[in-house]
Design a protein around this ligand. Sequence first.
Ligand code: FES
Ligand code: FES
Length: 243
Amino acid sequence: MTAPTQTSPSAASAVVASSTVSDASASIAATSASGPASAASGATGVAASAPAATVVERPLTHFRTLPVSVKVNGEIVGPTDVPAGLMMIDFLHEYLHLTGSRLGCGQGICHACVVIVDKPDGTSEEVRTCITGANFFHGKTIRTIEGHAKRNEAGEVVELSPIQQKFLEHFSFQCGYCTPGFVNAATVLIERLKRQPIAKDKVEQTITEALNDHICRCTGYVRYYEAVKEVVMTTPGLVKDAA
Ligand code: FES
Ligand code: FES
């Protein structure tokens, strides 16, 4: 299913921002014009002769900008100056055209928008991009859903990651809107278990905790869980006392 509002909120924001400025300019122009015009009218009593207000379009250069240079899926992008309040999800969608990260709630609740941040110490973590400014990622290394599968030189997907493959095999998702977030969450979990294997009796609780923040409106929770469990139990080295 095509994501219904994947880019429209950003596009809508851009449209609103533009029209707001134009409207503001028009309002300001109208106000400043009406002042002298009214004054002139009062002074001369010939309002009809006041000149028409001219709308002056101004570029959006008055926004404070901050630089963003970030390594995304192995490739450094930027530095690019972006508006100080720009959220990372909008940077990914509108500047980099990486639209796989989903804008769901936009309030930090559903976790559909997470990307993976690879930290210098070799660990990785999820970060919500709908409530985190693009500038926060300046100098960081991230992975988005577009960076999981192996691709050939033409950029075509030739092999899914183990998590992606198991989600497909288990029919874990329906509309798929939450899937990029679940892929990232499960991938962070698998990478953590490679560094810190867990006992077999902790597997179920560990998977539940790792996926717990992610909301699936199609209620694919059990199948997501089962797919991740299969990857955990069949990947060597993740569970200490696995058969
Ligand atoms: S869209 Fe970011 S947490 Fe819901
Ligand atoms: S598959 Fe539709 S929201 Fe999860």
